[in-house]
Design a protein around this ligand. Structure first.
Ligand code: IMP
Ligand code: MG
Length: 175
């Protein structure tokens, strides 16, 4: 008896696992000897980040930020607020922001400007998912898991009103 709100599966567990491993290999090669700092954007990205970090073979560190974007609605307001900031300064660090999904890109655009002003040595993005049809700002992540169609996605960290983060796959929300 599956929850009727869980619609079509967009990314299967084995596809997630394979792609996360590939991204980890790519990041390990690119950041060799640079001790990158992975910044996870709470809460959605922690599922992806914890899997990704275990596929990275070079020394690396992690920190977290919490920002508010949508609240419990499913449409972007463009208003971003920092709810929890990083524990430590990032000046001179090689920073890799890990995001669950880029939708309009407004949240990430704000975050990149904010982090860029703290003078990191480098600043890149690794996003699990993107909805290219919805992009409102010019922003291309250096590392990307999957492009998905313009559907509200749930699972593998993605929520609707805080639910469904624990699904082991990414599905479309059945509205
Ligand atoms: P953006 O500012 O429109 O790019 O939205 C980014 C944030 O909104 C993401 O980090 C998610 O937290 C949330 N979000 C956007 N699209 C979805 C979705 O399809 N499912 C769940 N959360 C989403
Ligand atoms: Mg998020």
């Amino acid at each position: 008896m599956r929850d009727p709100k869980i619609g079509e599966i967009l990314v299967q567990p084995d596809q997630l696992q394979r792609r996360v491993r590939e991204l980890g290999e790519q990041i390990s090669a690119d950041y060799e000897g640079r001790n990158p700092l992975l910044i996870g954007v709470l809460k959605g990205a922690i599922f992806f980040l914890s899997d990704l970090m275990r596929e990275i073979t070079c020394p690396c560190e992690v920190d977290f930020m919490a920002i508010s974007s949508y609240g419990s609605s499913t449409a972007s307001s463009g208003v971003v607020r920092i709810l929890k900031d990083l524990d430590a300064p990032i000046e001179g660090r090689h920073v890799l922001v890990v995001e669950d999904i880029i939708d309009s890109g407004l949240t990430l655009q704000y975050l990149m400007r904010n982090l860029g002003a703290r003078r990191p040595a480098s600043l890149e993005v690794c996003a699990l998912l993107t909805k290219p049809e919805r992009r409102a700002v010019d922003l291309t992540p250096r590392y990307l898991g999957f492009e998905i169609p313009d559907r509200f996605a749930i699972g593998y960290g993605l929520d609707v009103a805080e639910r469904y983060r624990n699904l082991p796959y990414v599905a479309a929300l059945q509205e």
